[in-house]
Ligand binder design. Structure first.
Ligand code: SIN
Length: 487
């Protein structure tokens, strides 16, 4: 499968450091694979510790001028970057589909979603307000907000565009510089994005992109280098914990968007069709490879059988296939390793007594295709209740009472997103307040956008991305006391 682009110069295979396209110092490269076919798409430069240190030093220099610019000038560059992304949406989507696997319609949706963060923070960057505090004595107390400093970012493969702009846009709008390591599975989307940032006029050094297959060298430098004042990470909870430990020595600020185990709680009084639709969208978006994907469907006993019948019938209609085929509704998972982890979870559940209603095995389409799966006869003592599946597998659990549903929802170390389907207003409040999650969708699972504070509690992380709260993660609060006013 050959990648056809309108603008072939968007396909970059070098690192972008201090405004220059460069190979790694030792010339090492790594292969980026098309998960649908297993073919090598490109060999990409693999940078290490020394190139990371250079990018950080350049970021520190570049941000001195950048942070002193009027916010409107920074905003203008973010607006131009946004416009270029929209102009190049077809190419960006094609690059994403070939390296990540998601169908082109989903890739286009993600490019728009990613671009929305640039537009949003171009505006929000003009509203970084301070404060004057009331004072009882001969002094005035003032609060100002300043950029936190050089930001290091590590982003995942499941959203190879939007998870980058969600970090880069607020960092740059706040006056910071950012040094980014994209996932080794999907560096091409990141490199195309930085090419467009460069074309938009972003000054050299403010945004370096460091592709690498040597995560620990790049991550080690990012977390230990004292010039980096903040690390922002989206990925798994175990890696997030390790990065937080590594950041402790230089007391860096961190934002962590980590794993999830999202329940979709469907009560007997729910609108059944709405609940089925919402659960389908949430569970199978990006072939189940989303931190806020439904991981556990918790369905009340009175509606359970009707729900399973409708839900499984809709899943059987999915068209698994190559992301570039127009009829494909769901693509492959990202790698053979991902597929074997998903299959191990399913086979383990089956051994423990789960029934496969549909799917339950790898597809014959290729090494990374897994059949969309629905499992019943599952319960909270099985390992599938507590594992983050990260694949197209829906275990449907049964519950009796509201109290039991809340307890089941909270019976996890994670706390990212949860969803509730009910027509009872009192229950909406009771359950939304009773469950320990950073985000709750009521009668809705498509909850993400640039205007909302995305983030979790418990071991799902800390910090919020997007919304009016998202800039705070890139700002320091400084108190200035002016005394001696009566002299
Ligand atoms: C994620 O999987 O972390 C991102 C999902 C989203 O932004 O909707």
């Amino acid at each position: 499968m050959k990648l056809e682009l309108k603008d072939s110069s968007l396909l970059k295979t070098q690192a972008f450091i201090d405004g220059q396209w460069v190979d790694g110092d030792d010339g090492v490269t790594f292969a980026v694979l098309n998960p649908a076919t297993g073919d090598v798409i490109a060999e990409v430069a693999s940078v290490g510790q020394t190139e990371t240190a250079r990018a950080i030093a350049a970021a520190d220099v570049a941000m001195q001028e950048w942070k002193a610019l009027p916010a409107g000038q920074r905003s203008g560059i973010l607006e131009r970057w946004h416009a270029l992304i929209i102009e190049n949406i077809d190419d960006l989507a094609a690059i994403m589909t070939i390296e990540q696997g998601k169908p082109v319609f989903e890739s286009k949706g993600e490019v728009l979603y990613g671009a929305s963060y640039l537009k949003w923070f171009a505006e929000e960057g003009k509203r970084i307000y301070g404060d004057v505090l009331p004072s009882a004595s001969d002094r005035r107390s003032i609060v100002i907000k300043q950029p936190v400093g050089v930001v290091a970012a590590i982003t995942p493969w499941n959203f190879p565009n939007a998870m980058i702009t969600r970090k880069a846009a607020p960092a740059l709008a706040a006056g910071c510089a950012i040094v980014l390591k994209p996932a080794a599975e999907t560096p091409l989307s990141a490199l195309a994005l930085v090419e467009l940032a460069n074309r938009a006029g972003l000054p050299a050094g403010l945004f370096s992109v460091l592709p690498s297959s040597r995560s620990s060298s790049v991550g080690g430098e990012m977390t230990s280098n004292p010039t980096v004042k903040k690390l922002t990470f989206t990925g798994s909870t175990p890696v997030g914990k390790l990065l937080m430990k590594q950041c402790a020595d230089t007391v860096k600020r961190t934002s962590m968007e980590l794993g999830g185990n999202a329940p979709v709680i469907i009560f007997d009084d729910a609108d059944l069709d709405l609940a089925v639709k919402g659960a389908l969208v949430s569970k199978y978006r990006n072939s189940g490879q989303t931190c806020i994907c439904a991981n556990r469907l918790l369905v009340q006993e009175g509606i359970y059988d009707a729900f399973v019948e409708k839900f499984a019938a809709a899943v059987k209609e999915f068209r698994l296939g190559y992301g570039f085929d127009a009829e494909t509704t769901h693509g492959p998972v990202v790698s053979k390793k991902a597929l074997s982890d998903i299959d191990a979870i399913v086979q383990n559940a089956v051994k423990q007594g789960a029934n496969v209603v549909t799917g339950g095995k790898p597809s014959e389409l290729g090494n990374c295709f897994y059949e969309p799966t629905v499992l019943t006869n599952v319960n909270d003592s099985m390992s599938i209740f507590s594992e983050e599946i990260f694949g197209p597998v829906a275990p449907v659990f049964k519950f009796s009472t509201e109290t039991q549903a809340i307890a089941m929802a909270n019976d996890t170390e994670f706390g990212l997103a949860a969803y509730v389907y009910t027509e009872n207003v009192g229950r909406i409040w009771r359950v939304s307040e009773g469950i320990e999650y950073g985000m709750v969708g009521v009668n809705e699972t498509a909850i993400s956008s640039e205007v909302i504070p995305f983030g979790g509690v418990k071991e799902s992380g800390q910090g919020r991305e997007g919304s009016k709260y998202g800039l705070d993660d890139y700002l320091e609060t400084k108190y200035i006391c002016i005394g001696g006013l009566q002299r």
